[in-house]
Design a binder for this molecule. Structure first.
Ligand SMILES: NC(=O)C1=CN([C@@H]2O[C@H](COP(=O)(O)OP(=O)(O)OC[C@H]3O[C@@H](n4cnc5c(N)ncnc54)[C@H](O)[C@@H]3O)[C@@H](O)[C@H]2O)C=CC1
Ligand SMILES: O=C(O)C1=N[C@H](C(=O)O)C[C@H](O)C1
Length: 251
């Protein structure tokens, strides 16, 4: 049985992970960490360093500012971590990279299998269409989401740039622009409203034709299942920074 600490346990995703784990005898939530100390069916602490229960892994769905402290405590406890939180700054990402020299860390802005398949399709399309098609990304999320654009939109943009040798310059929205679109631009646009779980569209717009590759999350459970799958994967790995690509490769 895998013993898990949920960081961000009182949030929307923390509660989904706890529910899914309770339904599966392979997993047990031994404790939670959150700045909101509302009681749950396991002990809740305000800091990972104070958790007394023994655990095998931490799953994090919290807030970007909370991540460096989480990683430092995980380092002291020598615990593997699954980081799903988005909106991380360069500085926060560097804390993760440094810690991954000593503990295994799995990080993905999107824990669903579908988005990771979308990324593979988009990479292939970008290679083929790069000369004649303009690429733009539109993401849509619920009105409670704090970061924009989504971590997934940025992850998709980075994967396009990876296959196009960093040719694209990201343009966030166009309200400040009063000039024609340049061919090296990659537009990224965020929509917020209602209870939209998460939608990502990658648009390849050519002369008189448009190809759209899209993913629509229809529940938060897809991210929860993905995070539990990642938790199982990261336990026992060597120190390093792992992604969905590593998990998919392993099968
Ligand atoms: N990688 C993925 O597949 C997914 C990632 N996310 C990301 O996960 C994060 C959380 O999402 P939600 O659960 O929807 O948000 P939420 O706002 O419902 O939950 C966040 C929780 O973190 C807690 N928190 C905030 N600051 C904290 C701190 N300093 N220390 C401890 N706890 C703290 C809050 O009290 C709250 O309970 C966001 O960054 C979101 O973008 C969300 C869904 C899927
Ligand atoms: O905040 C969310 O809800 C989500 N955040 C992730 C992101 O920023 O990409 C993943 C998912 O789309 C839901």
């Amino acid at each position: 049985m895998i013993r898990i600490i949920i960081h961000g346990c009182n949030g929307k995703m923390g509660k989904v992970v706890a529910k899914l784990a309770a339904e599966n005898p392979d997993f047990k939530i031994v404790a939670g960490v959150d700045k909101n100390l509302s009681p749950l069916e396991f002990p809740v602490y305000s800091d990972l360093k104070d958790v007394k229960e023994e655990a095998d892994v931490v799953i994090d769905f919290s807030y970007h500012e909370a991540v460096p402290n989480l990683v430092k405590a995980a380092l002291q406890k020598k615990l593997p971590v699954v980081i799903a939180t988005t909106g991380l700054s360069e500085e926060e990402l560097n804390v993760i990279k440094d810690a991954s020299k000593e503990i295994p860390i799995f990080k993905s802005a999107n824990m669903s299998l579908g988005v990771n398949i979308l990324i593979n399709l988009v990479k292939e399309a970008a290679k083929i269409l790069q000369q004649d098609f303009d690429i733009e990304i539109i993401e849509k999320h619920h009105n409670m989401k704090k970061d924009a654009p989504s971590g997934t939109a940025l992850m998709i943009a980075d994967s396009i740039n990876q296959v196009l040798n960093d040719k694209k310059e990201y343009v966030y929205g166009r309200h400040t622009k009063t000039e024609q679109r340049k061919t090296n631009e990659l537009g990224i646009h965020a929509v917020r409203g209602g209870t939209i779980v998460g939608e990502h569209q990658v648009i390849f717009a050519g002369h008189d034709e448009v190809i759209t590759i899209s993913h629509s999350a229809q529940s938060r459970e897809i991210f929860g299942y993905g995070a539990l799958h990642a938790a199982k994967f990261i336990i026992g790995q060597k120190p390093g920074l792992y992604s969905m690509e590593d998990l998919v490769k392993k099968g």
